[in-house]
Design a protein around this ligand. Structure first.
Ligand code: PLP
Length: 463
């Protein structure tokens, strides 16, 4: 038998994290506890709790980057404690931000004879708000100079826009003229836009890679129509291009496709660095064609950080790490590297689409796949819903969202699959195998053998 003293010592020596007393006690959830806890224990508790979350590598719902190189992660760790707004204290960080804005302005073909301007944001949402605010103020300024009323600004968008556009309209008091979706078309047309614009239109919103189906609004046709309207009526209506996803894909996959500042009315563009810019969540970009489109009143100057600094953002403090690794990606990959990654993603998306096309239960919504994003419906005869299949796929860890399209296409329910850099051909095969297996299960057809026992049979099973 051990003596009491020896027992105590032994307990101290073998007091591992998992054996710690905290694991048998509840932790405080809604009130700050009176006493603190051991750092290792707290780490382990929170780490374990977060295991309940989905696996980001299997998250095909998100457009947002879920993998970065270890060297980028090292830079993230080194810059986590730098506030991007403190440009006096961290001038080099500010210089890097300027470099990225320049790179993007060139990528988007900002005209040589204008002075482009831009800013890093927390994501596309902030960038869109800032771009639209600039258009609202610019429109109001022009109207005031002309002695015309300024009470009723409107903007024209399609129902294919992301919710942030609706938020802008409500938060900043702009009438939203939303063109509904059709039952067989999920983008807008120039003619529909023409019906909605007038002299109070602050801008037209055009999406390059819609959130719902990954399709492109016809930006060239809309630009031509706006040129004609300007010639006829003298209204200069700018376009804000929402390139949240497409902004980092189109320049590399389709360099000759004009969607950016090469079009005369495109005055501002947002892009999510954390989507196909290949950076973890927390960075977006706004680039404006010409500094004169950004009214001076929207720029704030603060001197309490050491020197006078200009800010045009909605947030003040924010991390600089994601902005820094945007720069890392741009110089690490170069145009060639980005092109290769986008080509791979598109090839895998098209491969997956070809497989889906062979399965009788599914119908692809976006048959002409320009961006690596798939949207599909379940056929009526299948007898199960997109929601049921989405739940089933979740059992295997796949996160594939199911939702209904906006009005008037809201009868259509879809599954969306976003193909990213870390989605391999092998994963595509596994996903399609699971989609088929679960679909058969839902229809009551015989369950095929699990994936491991029918290696290399993906094509056979589908056909
Ligand atoms: C077309 C589009 N615009 C804007 C956003 C909002 O972007 P963020 O999440 O970067 O704020 C998204 C997000 O998915 C999007 O798809």
């Amino acid at each position: 038998m051990l003596s009491k003293k020896k027992k105590t010592n032994e307990k101290e020596v073998v007091s591992t994290t998992y054996a710690s007393r905290f694991f048998t006690k509840p932790i405080s959830r809604y009130h700050i506890p009176d006493d603190g806890m051991d750092a290792d224990v707290v780490y382990q508790l929170i780490h374990d709790e977060l295991n309940i979350d989905g696996n980001p590598a299997l998250n095909l719902a998100t457009f947002v980057t879920t993998w970065m190189e270890p060297q980028a992660e090292k830079l993230i760790m080194e810059t986590l404690n730098k506030n991007l707004v403190d440009q006096d204290e961290y001038p080099q960080t500010g210089i890097i931000q300027e470099r990225v804005i320049n790179m993007l302005a060139h990528l988007f073909h900002a005209p040589e004879n204008k002075e482009y301007i831009g800013t890093a944001t927390i994501g596309s949402s902030e960038a869109i708000m800032l771009g639209l605010l600039a258009h609202k103020w610019h429109w109001r300024e022009k109207r005031k100079q002309q002695g015309k009323p300024t009470q009723n600004p409107n903007m024209v968008i399609g129902a294919d826009v992301h919710v942030v556009w609706e938020k802008f309209a409500r938060y900043f008091d702009v009438e939203m003229r939303m063109i509904p979706m059709q039952k067989n078309r999920f983008t807008i047309t120039a003619e529909e836009v023409k019906q909605q614009i007038d002299e109070n239109t602050i801008c037209v919103g055009v999406v390059m890679g819609t959130t719902f189906t990954g399709q492109l609004d016809p930006v060239q046709e809309i630009n031509t129509m706006l040129e004609e309207v300007e010639n006829e009526k003298g209204w200069h209506i700018p376009i804000h291009v929402d390139g949240a996803s497409g902004g980092f894909i189109l320049p590399f996959l389709y360099p000759d496709f004009k969607w950016d500042f090469r079009l005369s009315h495109v005055c501002s563009i947002n892009v999510s660095g954390h989507k196909y810019g290949l950076v973890y969540p927390g960075v977006g970009w706004l680039v404006m064609r010409d500094k004169s489109d950004l009214p001076e009143e929207l720029i704030f100057y603060v001197n309490y950080l050491g020197s006078e600094e200009a800010t045009y953002t909605l947030n003040f403090s924010r991390g600089s790490a994601m902005m820094v690794v945007q720069y890392y990606n741009l110089i690490r990959l170069g145009k060639k590297g980005y092109r290769q990654i986008m080509e791979n993603s598109l090839e895998n998306a098209r491969y997956l689409a070809a497989m889906i096309n062979k399965i009788k239960y599914f119908d692809l919504i976006n048959k002409d796949i320009k961006l690596p994003i798939l949207a599909l419906t379940v056929t009526e005869s299948a007898g199960f819903s997109v929601y049921q299949l989405s739940d089933k796929l979740r059992e295997r860890g796949w996160i594939v969202p199911a939702y209904s399209l906006p009005a008037a296409a809201n009868g259509i329910k879809v599954l969306r699959i976003v193909i990213k850099e870390n989605f391999s051909r092998d994963m595509a095969d596994m996903l399609i195998q699971d989609m088929l297996r679960f679909s058969k299960e839902l229809t009551g057809e015989k369950k095929p053998k699990p994936e491991s026992s029918c290696r290399n049979q993906v094509h056979k099973n589908i056909c």
